[in-house]
Design a protein around this ligand. Structure first.
Ligand code: ADE
Length: 262
Protein backbone atom coordinates (compact mmCIF):
# COMPACT_ATOMS: atom_id res chain seq x y z
CA UNK A 1 0.00 0.00 0.00
CA UNK A 2 1.10 3.54 -0.67
CA UNK A 3 0.08 6.48 1.52
CA UNK A 4 0.83 10.10 0.61
CA UNK A 5 0.42 12.54 3.48
CA UNK A 6 -0.17 16.17 2.54
CA UNK A 7 0.88 18.37 5.43
CA UNK A 8 2.45 21.68 6.40
CA UNK A 9 4.43 19.88 9.11
CA UNK A 10 6.14 16.78 7.66
CA UNK A 11 8.65 16.86 10.56
CA UNK A 12 5.86 15.86 12.96
CA UNK A 13 5.77 12.40 11.39
CA UNK A 14 9.37 11.49 12.20
CA UNK A 15 9.24 9.08 15.11
CA UNK A 16 5.74 7.62 15.06
CA UNK A 17 6.16 6.24 11.56
CA UNK A 18 9.76 5.06 11.97
CA UNK A 19 9.40 2.58 14.80
CA UNK A 20 7.62 -0.53 15.91
CA UNK A 21 5.19 -2.23 13.55
CA UNK A 22 4.75 0.71 11.15
CA UNK A 23 8.55 1.19 10.88
CA UNK A 24 8.99 -2.52 10.21
CA UNK A 25 6.22 -2.61 7.58
CA UNK A 26 7.88 0.31 5.79
CA UNK A 27 11.28 -1.43 5.83
CA UNK A 28 9.68 -4.60 4.48
CA UNK A 29 8.03 -2.68 1.65
CA UNK A 30 4.51 -3.57 2.83
CA UNK A 31 3.76 0.11 3.31
CA UNK A 32 5.25 3.05 1.43
CA UNK A 33 4.67 6.45 3.05
CA UNK A 34 5.51 9.72 1.37
CA UNK A 35 5.37 13.01 3.21
CA UNK A 36 4.43 15.88 0.92
CA UNK A 37 4.89 19.45 2.11
CA UNK A 38 1.90 21.49 0.94
CA UNK A 39 4.08 24.61 1.06
CA UNK A 40 6.17 23.22 -1.81
CA UNK A 41 3.08 23.68 -4.01
CA UNK A 42 2.49 27.35 -3.19
CA UNK A 43 3.25 29.37 -6.29
CA UNK A 44 3.46 32.99 -5.06
CA UNK A 45 6.77 34.46 -3.98
CA UNK A 46 5.99 34.27 -0.27
CA UNK A 47 4.90 30.64 -0.64
CA UNK A 48 1.68 31.54 1.14
CA UNK A 49 -0.48 28.61 2.18
CA UNK A 50 -3.13 30.41 4.23
CA UNK A 51 -5.08 33.64 4.15
CA UNK A 52 -7.66 35.59 6.14
CA UNK A 53 -11.27 34.37 5.96
CA UNK A 54 -13.78 36.01 3.62
CA UNK A 55 -16.45 37.59 5.76
CA UNK A 56 -13.92 38.41 8.47
CA UNK A 57 -13.28 36.78 11.80
CA UNK A 58 -10.25 35.45 13.62
CA UNK A 59 -7.70 32.94 12.37
CA UNK A 60 -6.44 31.89 8.98
CA UNK A 61 -7.85 29.53 6.39
CA UNK A 62 -5.73 27.17 4.28
CA UNK A 63 -5.83 28.21 0.63
CA UNK A 64 -7.21 25.73 -1.90
CA UNK A 65 -4.63 26.07 -4.71
CA UNK A 66 -1.56 24.53 -2.96
CA UNK A 67 -3.70 21.67 -1.60
CA UNK A 68 -5.19 20.93 -5.04
CA UNK A 69 -1.74 21.09 -6.65
CA UNK A 70 -0.23 18.76 -4.04
CA UNK A 71 -3.18 16.31 -4.25
CA UNK A 72 -3.09 16.21 -8.04
CA UNK A 73 0.69 15.78 -8.03
CA UNK A 74 0.35 12.57 -6.03
CA UNK A 75 -3.09 11.32 -7.09
CA UNK A 76 -3.29 12.53 -10.67
CA UNK A 77 -5.91 14.97 -11.97
CA UNK A 78 -9.18 14.84 -10.06
CA UNK A 79 -12.55 15.20 -11.71
CA UNK A 80 -14.89 17.33 -9.68
CA UNK A 81 -18.48 16.10 -9.33
CA UNK A 82 -19.84 18.69 -11.84
CA UNK A 83 -17.07 18.24 -14.41
CA UNK A 84 -18.07 15.85 -17.16
CA UNK A 85 -15.03 15.34 -19.30
CA UNK A 86 -12.28 15.34 -16.71
CA UNK A 87 -10.27 12.27 -15.79
CA UNK A 88 -11.95 9.71 -13.56
CA UNK A 89 -11.63 10.80 -9.93
CA UNK A 90 -12.47 7.66 -7.99
CA UNK A 91 -13.16 4.04 -8.42
CA UNK A 92 -10.87 2.18 -10.79
CA UNK A 93 -7.92 0.09 -9.65
CA UNK A 94 -4.84 2.15 -8.98
CA UNK A 95 -6.93 5.24 -8.28
CA UNK A 96 -6.04 7.07 -5.12
CA UNK A 97 -8.56 7.37 -2.30
CA UNK A 98 -8.34 10.94 -0.98
CA UNK A 99 -9.18 11.63 2.67
CA UNK A 100 -9.41 14.90 4.56
CA UNK A 101 -8.75 14.61 8.31
CA UNK A 102 -11.28 16.89 9.90
CA UNK A 103 -13.27 16.96 13.14
CA UNK A 104 -16.41 17.33 10.98
CA UNK A 105 -15.70 14.01 9.25
CA UNK A 106 -17.37 10.65 9.84
CA UNK A 107 -15.98 8.78 12.87
CA UNK A 108 -12.93 6.61 12.15
CA UNK A 109 -13.65 3.06 13.34
CA UNK A 110 -12.10 -0.39 13.10
CA UNK A 111 -14.52 -1.18 10.26
CA UNK A 112 -13.27 1.90 8.40
CA UNK A 113 -9.66 0.81 9.02
CA UNK A 114 -10.45 -2.54 7.32
CA UNK A 115 -12.08 -0.74 4.42
CA UNK A 116 -9.03 1.50 3.93
CA UNK A 117 -6.60 -1.42 4.30
CA UNK A 118 -8.09 -2.86 1.10
CA UNK A 119 -7.14 0.22 -0.94
CA UNK A 120 -3.94 0.45 -2.94
CA UNK A 121 -3.28 4.14 -2.53
CA UNK A 122 -4.43 6.59 0.14
CA UNK A 123 -3.88 10.34 0.16
CA UNK A 124 -4.32 11.95 3.59
CA UNK A 125 -4.80 15.71 3.69
CA UNK A 126 -4.01 17.34 7.04
CA UNK A 127 -5.82 20.61 7.66
CA UNK A 128 -4.56 23.33 9.99
CA UNK A 129 -5.31 26.81 11.28
CA UNK A 130 -9.05 27.53 11.44
CA UNK A 131 -9.68 24.97 8.73
CA UNK A 132 -9.33 24.49 5.01
CA UNK A 133 -11.09 26.47 2.29
CA UNK A 134 -14.48 24.80 1.76
CA UNK A 135 -13.61 24.04 -1.89
CA UNK A 136 -10.97 21.52 -0.78
CA UNK A 137 -13.87 19.19 0.14
CA UNK A 138 -14.70 18.88 -3.57
CA UNK A 139 -11.60 16.77 -4.31
CA UNK A 140 -11.82 14.45 -1.32
CA UNK A 141 -13.54 11.08 -1.37
CA UNK A 142 -14.28 11.19 2.33
CA UNK A 143 -13.65 13.14 5.53
CA UNK A 144 -12.63 11.31 8.69
CA UNK A 145 -12.61 12.37 12.33
CA UNK A 146 -10.73 10.41 14.97
CA UNK A 147 -12.98 11.62 17.78
CA UNK A 148 -15.16 14.36 19.16
CA UNK A 149 -12.41 16.77 20.13
CA UNK A 150 -10.46 19.35 18.19
CA UNK A 151 -6.76 18.84 17.53
CA UNK A 152 -4.44 21.60 16.40
CA UNK A 153 -4.22 19.94 13.01
CA UNK A 154 -4.88 16.76 11.08
CA UNK A 155 -1.35 15.38 11.52
CA UNK A 156 -1.94 13.35 14.68
CA UNK A 157 -5.22 12.10 13.21
CA UNK A 158 -3.39 11.00 10.05
CA UNK A 159 -0.87 9.10 12.18
CA UNK A 160 -3.70 7.35 14.02
CA UNK A 161 -5.29 6.30 10.72
CA UNK A 162 -1.95 5.11 9.30
CA UNK A 163 -1.19 3.09 12.44
CA UNK A 164 -4.61 1.40 12.56
CA UNK A 165 -4.56 0.61 8.83
CA UNK A 166 -0.94 -0.56 8.76
CA UNK A 167 -1.46 -3.37 11.27
CA UNK A 168 -4.20 -4.82 9.05
CA UNK A 169 -1.98 -5.08 5.96
CA UNK A 170 -1.05 -8.67 5.12
CA UNK A 171 2.36 -9.45 6.63
CA UNK A 172 2.55 -6.32 8.81
CA UNK A 173 2.03 -8.25 12.02
CA UNK A 174 4.09 -11.28 12.97
CA UNK A 175 2.24 -14.53 13.53
CA UNK A 176 1.98 -14.11 17.29
CA UNK A 177 0.74 -10.53 16.88
CA UNK A 178 -1.81 -11.53 14.22
CA UNK A 179 -3.36 -14.06 16.51
CA UNK A 180 -4.39 -11.20 18.77
CA UNK A 181 -6.07 -9.31 15.97
CA UNK A 182 -9.61 -10.41 16.81
CA UNK A 183 -9.67 -8.47 20.08
CA UNK A 184 -11.77 -5.44 19.12
CA UNK A 185 -13.08 -6.84 15.85
CA UNK A 186 -15.92 -8.69 17.50
CA UNK A 187 -17.02 -5.62 19.47
CA UNK A 188 -15.92 -7.22 22.72
CA UNK A 189 -13.12 -5.66 24.75
CA UNK A 190 -9.97 -7.60 25.52
CA UNK A 191 -9.57 -9.95 28.49
CA UNK A 192 -6.93 -9.18 31.17
CA UNK A 193 -3.32 -10.21 30.52
CA UNK A 194 -0.64 -11.24 33.01
CA UNK A 195 3.02 -12.13 32.79
CA UNK A 196 5.72 -12.86 35.37
CA UNK A 197 6.10 -12.26 38.31
CA UNK A 198 3.27 -14.32 39.81
CA UNK A 199 2.94 -11.86 42.67
CA UNK A 200 3.58 -8.15 42.30
CA UNK A 201 2.98 -5.62 45.07
CA UNK A 202 0.54 -8.00 46.69
CA UNK A 203 -1.39 -8.62 43.45
CA UNK A 204 -1.49 -12.23 42.31
CA UNK A 205 -2.11 -13.73 38.89
CA UNK A 206 -5.50 -15.57 38.83
CA UNK A 207 -4.82 -19.24 39.59
CA UNK A 208 -6.81 -20.46 36.61
CA UNK A 209 -4.10 -19.11 34.27
CA UNK A 210 -1.56 -21.43 35.88
CA UNK A 211 -3.84 -24.47 35.75
CA UNK A 212 -2.89 -25.63 32.26
CA UNK A 213 -6.60 -26.31 31.49
CA UNK A 214 -6.85 -24.70 28.07
CA UNK A 215 -10.62 -24.94 27.80
CA UNK A 216 -11.19 -23.47 31.26
CA UNK A 217 -8.70 -20.69 30.53
CA UNK A 218 -10.49 -19.90 27.26
CA UNK A 219 -13.83 -19.73 29.11
CA UNK A 220 -12.38 -17.54 31.88
CA UNK A 221 -10.90 -15.13 29.35
CA UNK A 222 -14.14 -14.88 27.41
CA UNK A 223 -16.14 -14.27 30.57
CA UNK A 224 -13.69 -11.56 31.71
CA UNK A 225 -13.81 -9.94 28.26
CA UNK A 226 -17.61 -9.88 28.33
CA UNK A 227 -17.62 -8.61 31.93
CA UNK A 228 -15.30 -5.77 31.03
CA UNK A 229 -17.36 -4.88 27.98
CA UNK A 230 -20.57 -4.93 30.02
CA UNK A 231 -19.00 -2.64 32.62
CA UNK A 232 -17.19 -0.22 30.33
CA UNK A 233 -18.84 -0.29 26.90
CA UNK A 234 -22.30 -1.88 27.07
CA UNK A 235 -23.10 -0.06 23.79
CA UNK A 236 -20.69 -2.39 21.96
CA UNK A 237 -22.63 -5.48 22.99
CA UNK A 238 -25.61 -4.35 20.94
CA UNK A 239 -23.54 -4.78 17.77
CA UNK A 240 -21.47 -7.78 18.86
CA UNK A 241 -22.00 -11.15 17.21
CA UNK A 242 -22.58 -13.29 20.30
CA UNK A 243 -22.52 -17.05 20.59
CA UNK A 244 -24.91 -19.07 22.76
CA UNK A 245 -22.14 -19.38 25.33
CA UNK A 246 -21.62 -15.60 25.29
CA UNK A 247 -25.31 -14.99 25.91
CA UNK A 248 -25.32 -17.42 28.81
CA UNK A 249 -22.24 -15.78 30.34
CA UNK A 250 -23.77 -12.33 29.89
CA UNK A 251 -27.00 -13.42 31.54
CA UNK A 252 -24.98 -14.68 34.52
CA UNK A 253 -22.91 -11.51 34.65
CA UNK A 254 -26.02 -9.35 34.51
CA UNK A 255 -27.69 -11.44 37.20
CA UNK A 256 -24.59 -11.03 39.39
CA UNK A 257 -24.93 -7.28 38.91
CA UNK A 258 -28.56 -7.46 39.92
CA UNK A 259 -29.85 -6.73 36.42
CA UNK A 260 -32.68 -8.65 34.83
CA UNK A 261 -31.73 -10.76 31.80
CA UNK A 262 -32.60 -9.31 28.37
N1 ADE B 1 -8.28 17.78 12.91
C1 ADE B 1 -8.53 18.44 14.06
N2 ADE B 1 -9.23 17.69 14.91
C2 ADE B 1 -9.43 16.48 14.30
C3 ADE B 1 -10.09 15.28 14.66
N3 ADE B 1 -10.70 15.14 15.83
N4 ADE B 1 -10.10 14.27 13.77
C4 ADE B 1 -9.52 14.41 12.57
N5 ADE B 1 -8.87 15.51 12.17
C5 ADE B 1 -8.83 16.54 13.02
Amino acid sequence: MRIDVLTLFPEMFAGPLDHSIVGRARKQGILEIRLVNIRDFATDKHRQVDDTPYGGGPGMVMKPEPIYAAAEAVAGPRRLPWEENGPEAEGGPGQAHVILLDPQGVPFTQAKAWELAAKEHLVLICGHYEGVDERVRAIVDEELSIGDYVLTGGELAAMVVIDAVCRLLPGALGEAESARQESFEGFVLDHPHYTRPFEFRGMKVPEILLSGHHEEIRRWRRREALKRTLERRPDLLEKAPLSEEDRRMLAELRAARGETAQ
